[in-house]
Design a protein. Structure first.
Length: 758
């Protein structure tokens, strides 16, 4: 029986939203200007009314956010909790020019300033790097992190090729876990919400040997029903059942020597995978008619979505030795990931196009750092080694597949096939970044990284239609034994080298104003098209030069923080995945190659203000102008004037407020609300207008009670309160089998959490 969902549609016009956000930003700037003129008289700093200072490690050393000449957004643990940020996707509206959501195969789709990677298959690499405690996550699967017991999350915008290296051409997202504490402390957090959402978190930390050894453990479980109803079997689609944990030890045998050992793992095993909504009609071979889409995007009718499983494990040891003004650091890490899914990509109960992906991946990395900090000169330097092994078994279950042929029209073309790809990736790098204090207020930064990468691939494919084999599991068991036919294979390898320099200058105009400018280069790894098994189709690395200027400022007795940046990027050889049909046979063809060039420029602003002791406001805005200058499509035709960059909305923004009300001896009540906006966004390489998402706004609100002793916290939070229906991901398969599919963001969600601190 289908559960009915109440959907109140509120269509907010784009001009209204832009005006509202613009008014909010203008009011904030005006408020800051007024405060700048009056705070000296009010002596606000003596009352402790100021924007909180944030410490970050964006440049691989500890610095305050306002002293870092780089576009960085940082969020501490309290801010993450208050804003109900449960996973990386919840950060999207909090960072200008950021697109971040879960993709079609549990992959993290991250774009910063129009640069990223939309494809979920393992042969390609992400364009924005994700790091856990300075350890790079090699695959997009497993990188859509649950925010479990964080110290902070940092988002670095723009290429980070010098200090972070490979696959940070768009930027980096850093998750920094909370370290063990000197005193015994922790919390228990219980939550409930609509869609039968339930969650539980536990964290405990404290000394094991006083002054020498400390430990910490955190565990979380979260589950909910799916957002979508499936007419085929009456079950929920895209539900959640996740358990994540982290345990750490901090050994400090001497004041200048420390060893930090951290292990983490997760298991996400919902009942169903995430099925897209059919946006256009598709022909049905069994019935001989076109099947129309459902009118409700949260209702599907699919038969190939019964598997979704993602397990991760990682361990890392960070050893650090302080020697006078030098710091010697070693980061040793091992991680593994096991992913299995079945996805219905025809949007019907037919078996026209179901795909599956089974992936086992492990990685080892070792980084050695030598850092120095002096009065006028400092540097960060290091050696880096990374090795990854990936086994992917994937293919299609499509006995009802078909092609459109000239004159003949619809022609049945049944497919049951499998492909196995074994890939080994090795990366070695040496890097250094130097900072010189030329004068008391002027500093110069020079950096460079040399990287050498190698990829080795063994690929094979087989057909199984007509053999009695009908499931992925059966194909996996007999692959390569002779049961299948039409075997294809290839072996290939290639090596690439990259030089990633950076030059920057920053000037401390006043004690509260820093201005800076920089030029930096980033790159993303090359590889081989993993959807092909009959030949090695190589693609080259991407490169991007970015030029950035910015200002970081606090004023009005530190009541107002304003950070701005403007940037210009030359983007070359960007890698694009697209789907087309063979002009002769009409069969499905996957193309992954280097498309050409693009030019991207934009402006960003982030503001925080403590208007009064009890009232604060925050806002951010991003403007992005992106266009292809060279893009070759089918038959090598330049289509640059017909395409828009993926996940590159022209406008992004968010404006919110928080009001704190004292309840005397009972504690404090905080009320907050925010509205975020994204302008029209193209979600596919084809720039399909069917799948393009028009501009939309999301409204959120929360009420938080904190007891006077700060032991009890109750948080009631609502997201997408107007129940906006919006696409965040898409598949354009109009060439074959002739359908376009949309993945929708979460509908209205409401939750309540009770936390007890001990």
């Amino acid at each position: 029986m289908i559960k009915k969902k109440c959907r109140t549609r509120t269509n907010l016009k784009q001009t209204t939203i832009i005006s509202s956000l613009g008014a909010s930003l203008f009011w904030l700037a005006s408020t800051g200007g007024a405060l700048a003129q009056t705070e000296a008289e009010e002596n606000a700093s003596s009352q402790g009314i100021a924007v909180d200072e944030i410490v970050v490690t964006a440049r691989r050393q500890t610095e305050t956010l306002q002293r870092v000449p780089l576009a960085v957004s940082a969020f501490g643990s309290d801010e993450l909790f208050d804003n109900h940020i449960e996973n990386l996707g919840d950060l999207q509206s909090h960072v200008p020019n950021l697109s971040l959501h879960v993709g079609d195969a549990s992959n993290a789709v991250i774009y910063l300033r129009g640069v990223g990677q939309i494809d979920s298959i393992s042969f390609n690499d992400p364009g924005v790097g994700v790091y856990i405690d300075d350890v790079y996550m090699g695959r997009a699967q497993g990188s859509f992190l649950e925010v479990l017991d964080p110290q902070r999350v940092e988002v670095l915008r723009g290429p980070q090729g010098t200090l972070y290296g490979r696959n940070t051409i768009g930027g980096a997202v850093k998750f920094v876990s909370a370290r063990p504490t000197d005193e015994f402390e922790g919390y228990v957090d219980l939550g409930i919400g609509n869609f039968d959402q339930r969650s539980a978190k536990l964290s405990a930390s404290g000394p094991l040997i006083d002054g020498v050894l400390r430990g910490k453990v955190a565990i979380a479980h979260s589950q909910r029903d799916g957002f979508t109803d499936n007419l085929f079997d009456g079950q929920d689609d895209f539900d959640k059942d996740t358990t994540a944990w982290r345990a750490s030890l901090l050994l400090t045998p001497k004041d200048d020597l420390s060893f930090y050992l951290v292990a983490d793992g997760s298991d996400n095993s919902p009942d169903r995978s995430r099925s897209p909504h059919k946006e256009t009609p598709i022909f049905s071979v069994p019935s001989g008619v076109f099947i129309q889409p459902t009118s409700d995007p949260f209702v599907v009718d699919v038969n190939f979505n019964t598997l979704e499983s993602l397990e991760t494990f990682g361990v890392a040891l960070t050893a650090e030795y302080d020697w006078n003004d030098f710091i010697i650091k070693s980061i040793t890490s091992y991680r593994e990931m096991d992913y299995r899914t079945k996805i219905d990509l025809d949007g019907t109960r037919d078996s026209s196009f179901g795909i599956y992906d089974f992936e086992d991946q492990d990685q080892f990395s070792q980084e050695l750092q030598l850092n120095y900090t002096g009065e006028r000169f400092s540097f960060v330097s290091g050696l880096y080694y990374f090795k990854e092994e990936d086994l992917t078994f994937a293919g299609a279950i499509a006995p009802d597949f078909f092609v459109f042929l000239p004159v003949i029209g619809v022609f049945p073309f049944p497919i049951i096939n499998a492909g196995e790809r074994i890939q080994t990736n090795t990366s070695k790098a040496v890097y250094a970044q130097f900072d010189f204090t030329a004068t008391e207020d002027l500093s110069v930064t020079l950096g460079a990284r040399y990287t050498k990468e190698k990829k080795e691939v063994q690929a094979a494919g087989e057909e199984f239609f007509g053999t009695g084999i009908t499931t992925p599991e059966q194909m996996e068991a007999v692959f390569g034994t002779g049961v299948g036919f039409g075997r294809t294979s290839f072996v290939a390898e290639d090596t690439w080298e990259s030089f990633s320099p950076k030059i920057g200058v920053d000037y401390q105009a006043t004690s509260d104003v820093l201005v800076y400018a920089s030029a930096s280069r980033g790159f993303k790894s090359g590889g081989f098209n993993g959807r092909l098994t009959n030949r090695a189709q190589p693609f080259e690395p991407e490169t991007l030069w970015s030029y950035e200027a910015g200002m970081k400022s606090t004023f009005a007795e530190r009541r107002v923080l304003l950070n701005t940046a403007v940037f210009y990027s030359d983007y070359e050889d960007f890698q694009l995945s697209r789907f087309t049909a063979d002009p002769v046979s009409g069969t499905f063809v996957s193309v992954f190659d280097n498309a050409g060039k693009a030019v991207i420029w934009g402006v960003e602003a982030e503001m925080q203000a403590r208007v009064t002791e009890n009232f604060s406001i925050d806002a951010n805005a991003g403007y992005l102008d992106s266009q292809y200058s060279d893009l070759l499509g089918d038959f090598d035709i330049d289509v640059s004037d017909q395409r828009s960059l993926v996940n590159a909305p022209k406008w992004t923004g968010r404006a919110g407020f928080t009001y704190d009300h004292q309840l005397g001896s009972m504690g404090e009540l905080s009320i907050g609300s925010a509205v975020s906006y994204r302008s029209k966004t193209h979600l596919t390489v084809s720039s399909s207008e069917v799948l393009a998402q028009e501009g939309f706004a999301l409204l959120e609100a929360s009420i938080r009670f904190t007891s006077a002793d700060e032991r009890w916290t109750v948080l009631i939070s609502g997201q997408n309160l107007t129940d906006e229906e919006y696409r965040e991901h898409g598949f354009d398969l109009s060439a074959a089998p002739g359908v376009q599919l949309g993945y929708y963001g979460a509908p209205r969600t409401v939750s309540a959490n009770v936390r007890f601190n001990f």
